[in-house]
Design a protein around this ligand. Structure first.
Ligand code: FAD
Length: 277
């Protein structure tokens, strides 16, 4: 069986961003990924934007998976969105809890497991469902084993596979796969891979989402200072090698966080997809 590759976009806020995304999408489509996915701002903050990009991607003849979370939405609103996706011929969804966007107040978060149950209840087996997994453990996770238990719950509730938060240590992924296997999880867990392009932004984002940048790697990247090109060159070499290690170690494919940019993801994906079709 061939490996599965996918690319993630976020919905741009401006017309210029949307135009740029069209170019990124057509360049990445040339690599023939299994699907593209489009993120969803929790609380429905990007509902129309996400839906717009999803439908446009589908119209371009590409396979696309919208991300979805309850946020503060009513069940009827989520059902309407699900049915509009189903009617458009979309057959895959990334089901999430999401986070509370700053300034949205006391929105109740609904665990991803409940969304998986809701989608299965209302649309049967129509959608292939992806859920999120955390090899370095979710920031709210009470313990390593508890977090894996909750991942198992989402998969047992009917999700088909999981995509991980990004990480830079192959060991954390392989240890996680072993732990999932021991916990009785037998569905595929696809590594999510983040390119390294801007160290300051990456360090801030990583602190928030609980992804660890190993000390040696942060020292190396910090050492380049404002030399952006060297950060990109070293980062691309490092991330490409990480992908090779993951694939050689048995990963079933890779989900690339494209950040809506063609490069460096296209070069990284191209190298990996050629060696591990
Ligand atoms: P859940 O699986 O619901 O888990 C959330 C936390 O609650 C975990 O700590 C878990 O251990 C704990 N937990 C789960 N069930 C229970 C329970 N029954 N009792 C007690 N604790 C429990 N965010 C967005 O806003 N939009 C996106 O489009 C988006 N896309 C993503 C794509 C991927 C591949 C990944 C990895 C993350 C994405 N995120 C996105 C981020 C994600 O929404 C956050 O990490 C969020 O905090 C958790 O979502 P989840 O679906 O993993 O939550």
């Amino acid at each position: 069986m061939s490996n599965r590759y996918s690319f993630e976009f976020f919905p741009p806020k401006t017309e210029a961003g949307r135009e740029k995304l069209k170019d990124t999408r057509s360049q990445l489509a040339a690599l023939n990924p299994e699907f593209f996915s489009v993120t969803y701002g929790a609380g429905g903050s990007t509902r129309d934007n996400t839906r717009g990009i999803v439908l446009e991607t589908k119209k371009a003849g590409l396979s696309v998976a919208p991300h979805l979370s309850f946020g503060g939405d009513e069940e009827s609103e989520i059902l309407e969105l699900l049915n509009s996706y189903k009617d458009a011929g979309i057959d895959r969804i990334v089901a999430l809890r999401g986070d509370i966007p700053s300034g949205m107040g006391a929105t109740r978060l609904v665990y991803a497991r409940e969304l998986v149950e809701f989608i299965r209840k209302h649309t049967g087996d129509h959608f292939q469902l992806e859920v999120a997994a955390y090899p370095e453990i979710h920031p709210d996770g009470k313990s390593y084993d508890a977090d894996i238990g909750f991942l198992k719950d989402k998969l047992d509730a009917g999700a088909n596979s999981a995509i991980t938060q990004y990480f830079f240590s192959a060991d954390s992924y392989f240890y996680f796969l072993d732990a999932c296997d021991k916990a009785g999880i037998d569905k595929p867990i696809f590594p999510g891979i983040m390119p390294i392009t801007n160290y300051t932004n990456l360090a801030r984002f990583s602190r928030n989402c609980g992804a660890e940048i190993p000390r040696w790697l942060s020292k190396k990247l910090e050492g380049y200072g404002d030399d952006q090109q060297s950060i990109i060159d070293f980062g691309t070499e490092f991330v490409t090698e990480l992908c090779h290690i993951l694939m050689e170690g048995g990963a079933p494919g890779i989900h690339f966080y494209s950040m809506n940019q063609v490069e460096p993801i296209k070069s990284i994906a191209n190298a990996v997809m050629e060696s591990h079709p």
